[in-house]
Design a protein around this ligand. Structure first.
Ligand SMILES: Nc1ncnc2c1ncn2[C@@H]1O[C@H](COP(=O)(O)OP(=O)(O)OP(=O)(O)O)[C@@H](O)[C@H]1O
Length: 543
């Protein structure tokens, strides 16, 4: 007989002996389990018995035990009864703890199943995603919030998934948002190098910040507020009666700004006019405004006749006149600034005072202009848009998202600060911001909610401060008062107001001539060798 057979027989014998022993000791095990159960029951009853009743209970038990003991064969009967009841109690298998269905487990399994059709490869030998697979093979980390909602998730995906294609990404993002809850926004961080996707649910942005003076440097405009990731600083703001630190989305304007003009797009009622009003209130203490309300809804009527507001136009005729003046004013400023730069003298004060052209729904006027065969207001914006940065002229255009195609290429190309408000589909959002969003918007967004992109930076979330129309009687009185408090009055201007009507401003050619004259005088004083430079000033026409 070979050694292997010996070993095999030995194993069989040992297994048989073990089985016999288990059978033999089974009743004892049963009784022991029952006794343990009885002991636990007794302990819990004792613990739940009030202290004052413990003495009598103990006394009654001892009396019963003594009675049983004194009975003929009482002890024997008691032991048999105890063993029988222990055997009965021990017979019942210990009730498995009723496992609460883990909702997190169910949610992750559902998400895994939903992702499988998009991420499974039919020819994959060891697939991360398969019909009978488990989510733990693909999900490497997850977090749930206090309400049991998915807060963060890290997902691995196969290398063959086309993660560079926006459409493929969008499909996965839609599935994740659908399963994790459409009421929230999610940030999708695609790590293409390691084939991992990190999903983070984003907390809603505060909607209770009203219009107020913001702590910023001149030339900085607070477009709204974002999350900590979207801003490098915080500013103090009055919020719900207290001062809180909030991260602002700041847009810098002026000659050193790489994004001197802004385009705000949004669906109807999403809050683009409110954003324009918020910008106007922040710009007014340091600059002058020309407002064109193309929709003619009178939403900017609160600015009429305010110091620093040249005009608020709602008609095509008025808009064309104001924009023609703005184009000439841009040229006048450029001419004076160029001349001042050549001669080394300080530029006249009225050339350095910021001028803001705020246009709400200009495409409506463009259509009207086309029908009436009049100059298109958008064409008149060309000079301020192209040369506004040097001339301290800033253009802000607010338009309906649907009218994006009706905006002139110059307007779209030169407005390098972008805002999109309200629900925008992935394609429209990308067209408006010039890049794909790595955040999927929530199904319902409050007014003034959207995304901002300053230049080539990544888009950030944005909530515009509640800057309601003070003439809107439906708006809360508190919010209206906040705006009224910020509207300038004659005695609250921080700087001398610029001429109140466009016609009152000096003629650009005359102004250039006067600076040239002053330059010539200086040149004469400084000597003959500077005379050449003086001729140079004359030969530079105002562009
Ligand atoms: N940031 C905000 N906070 C609170 N309410 C806002 C905000 N933005 C807009 N609203 C409110 O939403 C409504 C619509 O706002 P608004 O008129 O600015 O939208 P819009 O995009 O200009 O709409 P439309 O294009 O139809 O003119 C108004 O009642 C306004 O008070």
């Amino acid at each position: 007989m070979s050694l292997t057979r010996h070993l095999g027989r030995g194993r069989d014998l040992a297994r048989t002996a073990g089985d016999h022993a288990a059978d033999m000791f089974a009743p004892l095990t049963l009784i022991a389990r029952g006794l343990r159960h009885h002991a636990e029951w007794t302990r819990s009853r004792w613990a739940s018995t009030p202290k004052e009743r413990r003495g009598p209970t103990l006394f009654l038990t001892a009396a019963l035990a003594l009675g049983v003991f004194l009975l003929p064969h009482g002890l024997l009967f008691a032991l048999v009864a105890l063993a029988a009841s222990a055997a009965w109690a021990g017979r019942r298998p210990k009730a498995a703890p009723t496992a609460e269905p883990d909702t997190g487990d169910l949610k992750l399994a559902a998400l895994y199943a939903a992702l499988t059709p998009y991420l499974a490869g039919p020819d994959d030998i060891s697939p991360l995603y398969s019909i009978d697979g488990h989510y733990k093979t693909a999900f490497s980390g997850w977090e749930f919030d206090a309400d049991g909602r998915l807060a963060a998730l890290e997902v691995a995906y196969p290398a063959y998934f086309t993660d560079t294609e926006p459409a493929a990404r969008a499909r996965i993002e839609q599935v994740v948002q659908g399963k994790a809850g459409r009421a929230r926004e999610y940030r999708f961080d695609w790590d293409e190098e390691s084939n991992r996707l990190r999903v983070t649910a984003l907390a809603p942005l505060p909607t209770d910040i009203a219009a107020q003076p913001f702590v910023t440097a001149p030339g900085e405009i607070v477009l709204g507020f974002t999350d900590a990731q979207g801003s490098s600083r915080t500013i103090p703001v009055l919020q719900a009666g207290t001062t809180a630190q909030q991260p602002p989305v700041v847009w810098r304007v002026g000659p050193r700004s790489a994004e001197p003009h802004l385009l705000a797009l949004g669906s109807a009622g999403s809050g683009t006019s409110t954003l324009l009003r918020s910008i106007a209130l922040q710009a007014l203490p340091y600059g002058d405004l020309v407002v064109i309300d193309g929709a003619g809804t009178g939403e900017h009527a609160c600015l009429v006749n305010r110091p620093g507001v040249h005009t608020v136009e709602t008609s095509l005729h008025g808009a064309v006149a104001a924009l023609e003046w703005a184009a000439k004013e841009t040229e006048r400023r450029l001419g004076l600034l160029n001349a001042a730069r050549h001669t080394g003298i300080a530029a006249p004060e009225d050339t350095t005072r910021p001028l803001w052209l705020l246009l709400d729904h200009p495409t409506e006027l463009s259509e009207l202009a086309q029908a009436e065969n009049r100059p298109d207001p958008q064409d008149l914006l060309e000079i301020p848009l192209r040369h506004g940065r040097a001339a301290r002229v800033t253009v802000v255009v607010a338009e309906d998202l649907e009218a994006l195609d009706r905006l002139r290429p110059t307007v779209r190309a030169t407005t390098r600060a972008k805002v999109v408000l309200g629900p925008a589909g992935a394609d429209l959002g990308r067209a408006a911001l010039g890049t794909a969003l790595d955040i999927t918007p929530a199904a319902h967004t409050p007014a003034g909610r959207g995304y901002a992109r300053i230049g080539a930076a990544a888009p950030v979330r944005l909530q515009v401060p509640a800057t309601v129309d003070p003439l809107d009687e439906d708006a809360p009185a508190q919010l209206r008062d906040a705006v009224i408090g910020l509207l300038p009055h004659r005695d609250t201007r921080t700087e001398a107001p610029a001429p109140s009507t466009p016609a009152a401003l000096p003629d650009p050619a005359a102004a250039v001539a006067s600076v040239t004259e002053r330059a010539e005088e200086m040149v004469a004083e400084l000597g003959a060798d500077l005379a050449k430079d003086a001729k140079g000033v004359r030969s530079h026409p105002a562009r």
